[in-house]
Structure formats: C-alpha cells, structure tokens
Design a protein around this ligand. Sequence first.
Ligand code: C6P
Length: 418
Amino acid sequence: MTKNTHLQLDMTTILADFPALDQEVHPGKRLVFLDSAASSQKPRQVIDAMSAYLRHDHANVHRGIHTLSERATAAYEGARDKIRDFIHARSRREIIYTRNATEAINLVAATWGRANLGPGDVVVLSEMEHHSNLVPWQMLAEQVGCTLHYIPVTDTGELDLDTYAAFLRDEPVKLVSVMHVSNVLGTVNPVADMIRQAHEAGALFLIDGAQSVPHLAVDVQALDVDFLAFSGHKMAGPTGIGVLYGKRELLDAMPPYMGGGEMIKRVTLDGSTWNDLPHKFEAGTPAIAEAVGLGAAVDYLGALGMSNILAHEQVVVNYALDRLSEVPGLTLYGPSPDKRNGVATFTLQDMHAHDVAQLLDVEGVAVRAGHHCAMPLHQRLGVAATARASFYVYNTTADVDVLVDAIFAARKTFGFGG
Ligand code: C6P
C-alpha cells in the first residue's frame, strides 16, 4: 500500500477511486493526468451518486407532489446543504447553483453591477485574471460606464499590493474581483488581507475561487468575503454545475439574473414578483443530477480533509518545481514555492507549447498548452503560450518523474539532446 504517512492520505485507495486514471492512452503508455486545473477526474463515489439518482430518483424538483419529485428535491437541496457546510456559509440561501464559475461571475456583474455601478465608480481586477473574471466586467463597463483598474503582476508573479492599496486610497472603488489562486502561475493571493483592506475602503470583494475551492479550505465567514464563485468540475464533481456564494443581504437586494419558472413568486400579465433566495437566481429546470454529483464530490473531498489534500499537493508541486528546474532550457513561471499551489507552468526553449503538449501526450502525459484563458497575463509574461502541468489529490511524485522523462524525450525529438 502506498501510504503517504506524513500526508495522511492512502494513495492506493485514492487512485482506485478514479477509474479514468486506470488506463493506457497509447500502447504501453499509462495515463498520467496533469490537467486537473482545466477539469479534474471524477471518483466512483460521484459517478455512482449520479448514476443512482438517474436510475431511481429522477423527477423535476420543487414541482410535483409525488414521491420521485420529493426524492429529487431532497437530493438537490441536500447537496446545497453539503456545499454550505463545505465553504462554511451561514445559510443555505446563500448558495446559488450556477453552471460554473463563469456564470457565477457573470451573474454578479449583470445584477449587482447593473444595479450599483455607473460612471465614476471603479471596479478593481488584476492583470493575472482568467478571462471569466475580465470579460464580464468589460461588458458591464461598456453598459454602465464604470471604470476598471487592474492590479499589476510583479516580476515574481505576485499581485502588486502597493498599487492595490493606492487604488483603494485614491479611487472610488465599489468592488474588487480577484482570483484566489492563479490557474497559470499558481500564485495564492493574500485574499484575507485584501478583503480587509477593501472593506476598510467601503468596497465589496468577490473571490474567483475556481482554482482554490478544489484544493484548500475556503471559509467564507472567516474571510468575510462578499461573493465567491467556483465550478464543480474542477473539484471532482461533474460539469454543468457551479456555485455563487453571496452574503444574504447582498443577494436579497440584487435583482434576478434570468427570468422564467422557479424564480418567481407570482406572475400576472402586468408583472411578476420574485421568489425567495436561493430560487430567485435559479430560473428554469436546474442541473439536478449534477448538483447531486457536486454534493458527492464535496463529501469525498471533505472525508479526505482539505488540509490533507493541500499538504499532499504541495509536496507533489514542490517536487515538480525542483525536478523541472533540472531540465536544460526550461523556464518556469510563477512565484517561490511557499507562495503557490496546484500548477507548474513552463516553456521549453523555443518549442511551441502545443508541440510540447503533443509530444508529452505520446508518452501518456496530459498537460494543457496555450494561454489558459489568461491572455493579458501571457502578454505580461512576454510569451504567447505556455505548457502547464496541474496537480490534484490523485497525482504522485511518480507522475512528476514520468513528466520529466517525457520532457527529456521531447527535447531529444527536437534535437536538443537528452
Ligand atoms: N480555467 C484552465 O484550464 P469555468 O470554465 O467557468 O468552469 O471556470 C472558469 C475559470 C475561472 N477562473 C479561473 C481562475 C479558472 O482557472 C477558470 C477555468 C481552466 O485554467 C479552463 S480555461
């Protein structure tokens, strides 16, 4: 048994939980999946929970007064309770199901943003953001005339916090919306301090938690964050389900996002009134099986323990950073190991990142290549594209060894020597 004693995780059991990992992608080439920042694999506990729901309990929720509808509603709402506990929200009403982190951020921009921002108001973002936390605000700025300011990224791959403080001091900032963990640099941003500073300046704070909630304990009450967005599919859950957490008083005051069934209290031909939270923001038939799957994912991660998951990943990522720095001609991006988690992003001499990824795939190693939906950050780094190995609870240092061997093989193919 591969017991990682200092890490408290039984890797044999964990690896057996993820059926997709047990395959060869080419003859003799075992899959080494290093693309979990794009989307993680799913444990059988999640697959089984969704399958059981679909086989036995499916009906529409909140509508029928029959047994299956009651079961489906209990499963759907039960998952919401699990998610509330997972991020330590005060109330289940603060957990809004969305399709993904992208939709959660768009919801805030379109509803809170349109209701509260206008010319002269400032939204602070950062240069390292994913497009999902840039484009919705750019669209909003065009509509309402607010101004966007971007916290620069330093040469060490961190946020320039002096500029952040200056924005809060000198500008009428209404909202700060920043990622917790960078999907490219792995930087763990000091959101607790940043939130405190924003609140002192009278601004609200949204965390893009797409790359943090899957990997480390995020406690919305301890952080006192106003909004948190994340996706189920990056945290062992299915695609098609994500979450917007919002403080209840903020969500209560916000207008709805989409109109339709479920989100109304009363409809007449003259107008409508809105349902209570969380339903006000969940128009139409929701992703029920997917919510059940996310509930099972939260159970799975919770049973392993988020602090154990983080500790395990830090060992694997640090080992990856060490080993990758041995490769001649390889440039690593991002801050020092104590300030990062989750990913190792690199370029290899003048090889295009897509060629690197393709050659790694030949060896069974799955990495992502491109701009990772962070084009402004790549402009800041001065590269068009990077290759990224990203890690999750099921990766081991042995996976890193396969990655490094595959990179040496790729160098050879390109004539750079062994
Ligand atoms: N990043 C990556 O490979 P969605 O697509 O809504 O589930 O997640 C969007 C998103 C938002 N913020 C951050 C920090 C993210 O990393 C992502 C998704 C993936 O890096 C897919 S582009």
